[in-house]
Design a protein around this ligand. Structure first.
Ligand code: KIV
Length: 272
């Protein structure tokens, strides 16, 4: 019997760009091991992120800062074994891209030994040269703006970004600069819905939101939040899909469907 994952096309950067053009929403989730990765694949998730959120949900740390290159490589290798067609992104952990050379070497490790198709890194225009270096070396990049958890101690907590006009203008210009430097995908975290819509329309590359409203081209959440197994409080922008499903696979399928049909995020998950 053929499954959805046998018949669907490989998700590539080109396919994601086509989806943006066609207005087809992109469903993304995090995963940290092969079993969950294979459930995500079967359920039609387009993009799987091995997020450094693993520091919090797997390792029980208070922040993502302690996560190492070795941790990210190990979990990327596990997730890659569960995937066939979904695009696999690996997060560059805290202080793993302090120079262009370091960024290329570490990202190269995730691609060569881990099986990642793309890396994600937090930071604005200050990271444009790094994005450019990765781009020159054939490494696809997802930029990450808005709330950047690796900067938690600089920001003084986890809070919505871009509420002030000046911050909103800077986020838009950072997004354009990162696209210009060669970013292939943009992630916006905890951004008010109007600003998220403005950035999504201004960019040619697809924009994935987490706490950034339905105005983005796609959505991502931390898998453990939708399954209600995260330690601590679930953020306002997330949703427990286990309340309406009697299985983990069912909850993941409902999330994918809700994203595709623009039923998630709903009003209560949005920052205004
Ligand atoms: O680390 C992570 O899981 C992330 C998501 C919250 C987008 O960056």
């Amino acid at each position: 019997m053929s499954t959805q994952s046998d018949t669907r096309k490989k998700i590539t950067i080109r396919r994601l760009a086509e989806m943006k053009q066609a207005g087809e929403k992109i469903a993304c989730l995090t995963a940290y091991d092969a079993s969950f990765a294979s459930l995500l694949e079967k359920s039609g998730v387009d993009v799987v992120l091995v997020g450094d959120s693993l520091g919090m949900v797997i390792q029980g740390e208070e922040t993502t800062l302690p996560v190492s290159i070795e941790d990210m490589l190990y979990h990327t290798q596990c997730v890659a074994k569960g995937l066939q067609n979904a695009l696999l992104i690996t997060d560059m952990p805290f202080l793993s891209f302090t120079s262009e050379q370091e960024a290329v070497l570490n990202a190269g490790l995730f691609m060569k030994q881990g099986g990642a198709h793309m890396v994600k890194l937090e930071g604005g225009i200050d990271q444009a040269d790094t994005v450019s270096a990765l781009n020159r070396n054939g490494i696809p990049v997802c930029a990450h703006l808005g709330l950047q958890p690796q900067y938690v101690h600089k920001i003084g907590g986890y809070r919505v970004q871009g509420r002030e006009q000046q911050d909103a203008d800077k986020m838009l210009s950072d997004a354009l600069a990162l696209q210009q430097a060669g970013a292939d995908l943009m992630l916006l975290e905890c951004v008010p819905e109007v600003l998220a819509g403005k950035i999504t329309r201004a960019l040619d590359i697809p924009v994935i939101g987490i706490g950034a409203s339905v105005n983005c081209d796609g959505q991502i959440l931390v898998l453990y939040d939708i399954l209600d197994i995260s330690l601590g409080l679930r953020p306002k922008f997330s949703k427990n899909f286990m309340t309406s499903s009697n299985s983990i696979e069912g909850a993941i399928r409902q999330y994918v469907e809700a994203v595709k049909q623009e039923k998630f995020p709903a009003d209560e998950h949005v920052f205004r």
